[in-house]
Design a protein around this ligand. Structure first.
Ligand code: PGA
Length: 251
């Protein structure tokens, strides 16, 4: 039985005090909810204070990126040990905004995936196509390349500890969601690539989230699909009730 994993990606939103407040609201709303693994990813600046709020609760702490080096002269970056030290358990990697705006490549994402696994944390490996790529018939190629790149050199035992987030770029922050069928078909394809890269057992065990304008109103349909095992939630995660509305929509 695959785990349902729902992670809030707060992106560059909320001051530290606002983050603490929202984290408290999420914790209150999540009390007793055991349908899914629940996580939130505040900014790095807010992460340590949010960690205090989440300690001993059923909400895990995630961050939105990490650097692959242990420490040193990497201005502006945060290491995986620094994240682990404050209680981070999950790390979002390869988000399309990192790829699009900051030039992140599959090779770089792979280094980060390896580092996060080495530290014993859970990478959430984001993949997804642009509208142009989908309409140009490149959907499968793009997803295959991204997956092969991210998992290069990763053993099957380690791959089993990852979560994949399929996020069609055209659905992120646009209010346009993939239809249940589009998401299901694509996520079944993603699973088939994992099978080709590793094995059927591995592919069947990895949770694949959907991401892109997911909210309480469309979550039930998406989460009832065979190959959709949770969500990576942007906009709707900035409101505790909406975020938990997504979690509660899980079958
Ligand atoms: P969205 O963002 O829910 O605001 O579309 C999802 C994401 O980028 O992870």
């Amino acid at each position: 039985m695959r785990k349902i994993v729902v992670c809030g990606n707060w992106k560059m939103n909320k001051t530290v005090s606002e983050s603490v407040q929202l984290a408290k609201e999420v914790v209150a709303a999540a009390q007793g909810v055991d349908k899914a693994v629940i996580a939130i990813a505040p900014t790095f600046l807010a992460a340590a204070k949010v960690a205090d709020v989440l300690a001993g609760t059923n909400v895990k702490l995630a961050v939105q990126d990490i650097h692959f080096a242990d420490q040193g002269a990497f201005t502006g970056k945060v290491s995986v040990d620094m994240a682990k030290d404050i209680g981070v358990e999950m790390v979002i990697l390869g988000h399309s905004e990192q790829r699009q705006y900051f030039g992140e490549t599959d090779e770089l994402i792979n280094k980060k995936v390896v580092k996060v696994l080495e530290a014993g944390l859970t990478p959430i490996v984001c993949i997804g196509e642009t509208l142009e790529e989908r309409e140009g018939g490149k959907l499968e190629d793009v997803l295959t390349t991204q997956l092969k790149g991210a998992y290069a050199g990763v053993s099957e035992a380690d791959a089993a500890k990852t979560v994949v987030a399929y996020e069609p770029v055209w659905a992120i922050g646009t209010g346009v969601t993939a239809t249940d069928e589009q998401a299901q078909d694509t996520q079944a394809y993603v699973r088939s690539v994992l099978k080709d890269l590793y094995s059927e057992a591995l592919a069947e065990s990895v949770s694949i989230q959907y991401g892109g304008s997911m909210k309480p109103g469309n979550a039930a349909g998406l989460l009832s699909q065979t190959d959709i095992d949770g969500g990576l939630i942007g906009g709707a995660s900035l409101d505790a009730e909406m975020f938990l509305g997504v979690v509660k929509a899980a079958p």
